[in-house]
Structures are given as C-alpha cells and as structure tokens.
Design a protein around this ligand. Structure first.
Ligand SMILES: *Cc1c(COP(=O)(O)O)cnc(C)c1O
Length: 410
C-alpha cells in the first residue's frame, strides 16, 4: 500500500476561501437559504440537486456551507469519499449505529470502549431491540466467534479507552468484509496517526472534542464514510443525522477548521512527549502502560498500522494499584507539581489526569471493568505539550517517588 500522508491530503483538498478573498473561510450563520428559481426547490429538497450538484443550500440542519467545508477536510484527512459533522462524538456514534441496525440486530464490539459508547450499546440499545456482545479488542478470533446471523456491525476503537489496547484493524476489516458486515472504528485517540479507512474500515467515527479540536472548548463529532452512507444519514425520510438532528453549529465548524492545520504538529508533539515520559517512568519501575513501549503487548501491531512520523500517541496510563493511590498521585501532580489538571477528556494542550474507572468509564459495571483490564487504580493521562519537557519529566518523577510507585530501593 502506498504511504498515506494525511497532513498533505488535508491541504491537497480544494481550499475554501472567505468572502472578500479572506484566507480564512467565512462563517455562514444562515439557517435558511434563498432559492433563486422556485422550480428547482423540489429537486433541492429531494437531495437531487444539492450544493455539490449545481443546486444550492437549503436549510442548515441538512447542509451548511461552513460545516460542509469541515466535512470535506475531514474526509480528506481520513481518505474517505465523504463525511458529515455532528454536534458531539456520541451523536456521531449513535446515529451511525442506529442507521446500520434495527430491531433484532446485533453488534460485536470491543469491550474497551468509551464509557458512553458502552452504555449506549449495553443499556440503551437493548430497549430498542438491538443487542451487543463485547469482546477483547486484541482477540480477533473472539470477534469471529461472537458473530451471529443477525450481526450487522463490528465496532472497535483503534486504540481503546482507557487501557490502550490496540485492535488489529486490517484483520477485523477482512473478517467484516468476508461476512458482509459493516466495520466501524472510533479513531478519537489517534487522528492523523492511524487512518482506519485506509486499513479497511468502512466507517470512521470521531469525537472532535478531543485531539482534533485540541483546545477543550467545543463539543463536536463526525462520521467519515462513503458518499452513499453519508447520504443515507442525511436522507429526508430515514436519515438518522437529518431526523434526530444533532447538527453542528457553523461557528463550531469554523473553530475546528482553523485548528485542523496544526493537528499534525500537535499529534507529533503529544506523541513525542508521551513517549519520553513513558520511557522515563518505565525506567523508574513505575507500572506504566504506553503502546510505544517495547513492554506493550501490541506495540509491533500498532507500529504496523500507524502513519509515519506521528509516534504512538499522546495517551498513557499508570497503574497505581488502588483508587486511593491514584488519587494521591493526581492530587500531587495537580496541586503540588502543577504537572496537569484533574479533568476528564483528552487531547488538550495541557496535561489532563483522570481515574477512568470512577469517571469516563464508570458506566461500565465493576465486574466488566475487571474483565477488560481496567483496574480502579488506573490513572489515565493525556499528555499535553505546554511547558518544557525536561521540567515536566522532573515534576512527574518527583510525584511518583512521593507516592512510592518506583521500584527504587527495593
Ligand atoms: C469523548 C469520546 C467520545 C464521545 O465524544 P463526545 O464528543 O464527548 O460526545 C467517544 N469516543 C471516545 C473514544 C471518546 O474519547
């Protein structure tokens, strides 16, 4: 396969300039648009003559000029035919799965997924007659054995939240293709770094809230897929995005458009710093989980899937043993060392610290957390790029020593 350069693909796509020749695109806030000739209104309404087919925009829940620019840029980034933006990552995931499944259908999902996604599949979907079997994302054979005649979707995160297990995307894609099942990948943790559609995924879903926006000041999502699937999501009669209505605001789309050009730089720096910190912690004997460390069981698998030059990602986890110890470490890291902030979410320029078991994965029952390898003492760290790296390393070294997590003196 030819090497894919997402940073180049994003600028090779047709650039959109603002009014008056602005280098930044304009924000089109109109909810509705003037149709110059009344006789084309029916064609526009039926989607036969959209803005991409010589027609015009109609109404901003359907398509909006500014939001459509972001959709095109994201499709270029993922190398998919099309994309559609939504108001949140959860709405992108929910609308995708509801478009693919109906009453009686079945999903086989990784058990290592975002807490909200887990709740959606385990608690909400059964109320709508859709069931899910959860399996270990590193065990491709387990996905295969869980398939039934009703399975419509195989679902995984490229690098799973929060235990950082790596799925074999090409192998799962092959399985899905052979069985005629749609393969959906959540790439929220690894934009630019991994291109799931290039590796065989049918649909790539995103929370833009995290790395893609990178400033922790908006909530947004996207579905990157073939043109046909995006049209299905926007269908006037049955489109889940069109009719459930999680529309992205054009102002939000504009903000993300302005931050996309430095996403590749940001990912490189997140990765480089996470690697340096992980190596240091590992050397000190701290139980650190980072998919770039030789000790990580899927390091080579991840290396075989990543695009060149982006490293192994900005997320790492420290297994502190108990929730109390994790809280002690977080508290020192925030309040004494000022290494980062105790906050959920990820992909921010500052470091964010959270205890997943009791926060973003708390929707997952304790027995299942244990099964997926999520211990209550697991501290998830989204490594930021503010400050100097050497000072950051000194800060975290002092903190892990203070709580006795190193093997020094043993
Ligand atoms: C945050 C997150 C989501 C949900 O996204 P929102 O934008 O908060 O709705 C989904 N998947 C993963 C991996 C996430 O980290």
């Amino acid at each position: 396969m030819q090497k894919f350069k997402p940073e180049q693909a994003m600028v090779d796509v047709k650039r959109e300039f603002g009014e008056h020749g602005g280098v930044a695109p304009s924000i089109s806030r109109s909810s509705t648009f003037t149709v110059m000739e009344p006789d084309i209104m029916p064609e526009i309404f039926q989607g036969i003559r959209g803005p991409d087919k010589g027609g015009c925009f109609l109404y901003s829940r359907h398509f909006n000029p500014t939001t459509s620019i972001l959709s095109r840029y994201l499709a270029a980034l993922e190398d998919t035919e099309a994309a559609v933006c939504t108001g949140s990552g959860m709405s992108a995931i929910a609308c995708t799965l509801l478009q693919l499944c109906r009453v009686g259908d079945h999903i086989v999902s990784s058990d290592t997924v975002y807490g909200g996604t887990h709740a959606l599949m385990e608690d909400l979907f059964p109320q709508m007659g859709i069931t899910t079997t959860f399996v270990d994302p590193t065990d491709t054979a387990a996905f295969k054995s869980a398939l039934t005649s009703k399975t419509k979707v195989i679902y995984t995160e490229a690098v799973g939240n929060p235990t950082l297990k790596v799925a074999d995307i090409p192998a799962l894609a092959e399985l899905a293709k052979k069985e005629g099942i749609t393969f959906v990948v959540d790439n929220t943790f690894t934009p630019v770094m991994i291109s799931p559609a290039r590796l065989g995924a049918d649909i790539v879903v995103y929370s833009l809230t995290k790395y893609i926006n990178g400033a922790s000041d908006i909530i947004g999502g996207a579905v990157c897929a073939g043109q046909e699937f995006v049209y299905r999501l926007m269908d006037l009669h049955t489109g889940r995005v069109m009719l459930l209505g999680p529309t992205m605001d054009p102002q939000v789309a504009f903000d993300v458009i302005q931050r996309l050009p430095h996403l590749p730089l940001r990912m490189k720096e997140h990765s480089a710093r996470a690697m340096a910190i992980a190596v240091r912690l590992h050397k000190l004997g701290v139980p650190v989980i980072y998919p770039g460390l030789p000790s990580h069981p899927q390091r080579d698998l991840l290396e075989s899937q990543i695009n060149e030059n982006y490293g192994f990602g900005g997320m790492l986890a420290v297994n502190c043993g108990t929730k109390e110890k994790a809280e002690e470490l977080m508290s020192i890291l925030q309040n004494k060392e000022r290494f980062g902030y105790i906050a959920v979410s990820l992909g921010y320029y500052d470091t964010l610290l959270s205890c997943s078991g009791s926060s973003t994965s708390s929707e997952i029952p304790p027995e299942e957390q244990e099964k997926m390898g999520l211990s209550p003492g697991l501290l998830r760290i989204s490594i930021g790029y503010s400050g100097s790296l050497s000072s950051r390393i000194e800060q975290i070294e002092r903190a892990v020593r203070a709580v006795g997590l190193t093997n020094e003196g043993q």
